[in-house]
Design a protein around this ligand. Structure first.
Ligand SMILES: *Cc1c(COP(=O)(O)O)cnc(C)c1O
Length: 364
């Protein structure tokens, strides 16, 4: 008998998450220099990490022999103050992806399940599979979460309901009115999870933290990976009512958020200048892509995040062609969108190069 026979069937069946192709790997495979490659595949910050975070992280390296503060006191306190919450409502994660996993650890098993939108962030589905739990997918007409239909889909077996807002890969947002209506219908046995990784990019973000303050069964997830440019450090957090947060605290590893990341995140939390520059660069880039796609008659989903989904015909082929020219984008087959690619907003120069290479895919 192979060892697979001893393993959990739902782990054997799992299809691993396929991340954006790394620059180094692409350079190695194509014989290019890493500096000649543009990565617009993982919604990373084209302006780099927050400069204040870089300084704080350099200083933190000198204390590298010590285990981190497992309780994350300073960072959690600063985050709690930012939102007017108690520290007990803040849970740090090894990226906000870990918060997703902690929620699944706390609530899922093979007898219950979670609900997400049809084109939601794919990690929810992978996590449900990892816990052998039931995954219910609700259609999202026009690529927008249909919260009424999602509320309708709740059953006795539902434990978690994920709302990525704005959603990745669609870049679409549901507004506060729809959220309020949804929360009015949320039964007590279900936790509503608002994944707000792109929150900083929104001009008029819906308020979901109010539900944490009200002690409702919600978890609002944020990350330092996107607007603050700290994706490499793996640091994010969940804001939740004390009872939900207490469960997540029990489910996590003692030192899940490393000390360098905690120091960087604390500094980045106060680096309003870097976030403002990042958001300004993003607005210019989004407008550029939207206008240029429209000019070419390409179908795209208008985005409020830092990436755009565009229909190109054969997404895998376009991805491969662009890769050979040193521009890494993301094919969307894994999202059941084989005709689309997702492009992250870069600097104006990177955006122009990306579009030029994309154009070449259609002419040759
Ligand atoms: C990028 C992203 C995250 C952030 O993941 P981290 O683990 O914090 O890097 C979470 N949710 C969505 C929808 C994302 O696109």
């Amino acid at each position: 008998m192979s060892i697979q026979g001893s393993a959990n069937q739902f782990v054997c069946d799992l299809i691993a998450y396929e991340p954006g192709k790394p620059i180094e790997e692409t350079a190695r495979e194509l014989g290019l220099q890493p500096e000649d490659i543009v990565k617009l595949a993982s919604n990373e910050n084209p302006l780099g990490p927050s400069p204040l975070a870089k300084e704080a992280m350099r200083a933190a390296i000198d204390e590298g022999q010590y285990y981190p503060d497992g309780g994350g006191w300073k960072l959690r306190k600063a985050i709690a103050e930012r939102y007017g919450l108690g520290m007990e409502s803040v849970v740090l994660g090894n990226g906000s992806n870990e918060i997703i996993e902690l929620l699944c650890h706390s609530f899922l098993n093979p007898r219950v399940g979670l609900i997400a939108a049809e084109h939601a962030f794919v990690v929810y589905k992978l996590m449900a599979a990892l816990f052998g739990a039931n995954y219910v997918e609700v259609p999202d007409p026009g690529f927008v979460h249909d919260l009424d239909a999602m509320a309708e889909a709740i059953t006795e077996e539902t434990r978690l309901i994920f709302i990525a807002n704005p959603n990745n890969p669609t870049g679409t947002l549901v507004g506060e009115e729809a959220i309020d209506r949804f929360m009015d219908r949320l039964p007590d046995h279900v936790v509503a999870v608002f994944d707000e990784a792109y929150h900083e990019f929104l001009a008029d973000p819906p308020d979901t933290v109010k539900y944490v303050k009200e002690g409702r069964n919600v978890c609002v997830m944020r990350t330092f990976s996107k607007a603050q440019g700290l994706a490499a450090l793996r640091i994010g957090y969940g804001l939740a009512s004390e009872s939900v947060a207490g469960l997540l605290q029990r489910a996590r590893q003692p030192f899940n958020a490393n000390a360098i990341a905690q120091a960087g995140a604390l500094a980045a939390l106060h680096d309003h200048e870097h976030v403002a520059k990042t958001v300004a660069n993003n607005e210019v880039g989004l407008q550029f892509y939207h206008e240029e796609f429209a000019k070419r008659g390409l179908r795209f989903v208008p985005s409020v995040a830092n990436f755009v989904l565009v229909e190109v015909g054969d997404g895998d082929a376009v991805f491969q062609k662009m890769l050979k020219e040193g521009v890494i984008v993301r094919a969307m087959r894994g999202y059941k969108l084989p005709e689309w690619i997702r492009i992250s907003v870069g600097t104006p120069e990177q955006n122009r190069r990306c579009l030029e290479i994309l154009d070449r895919c259609f002419t040759d």
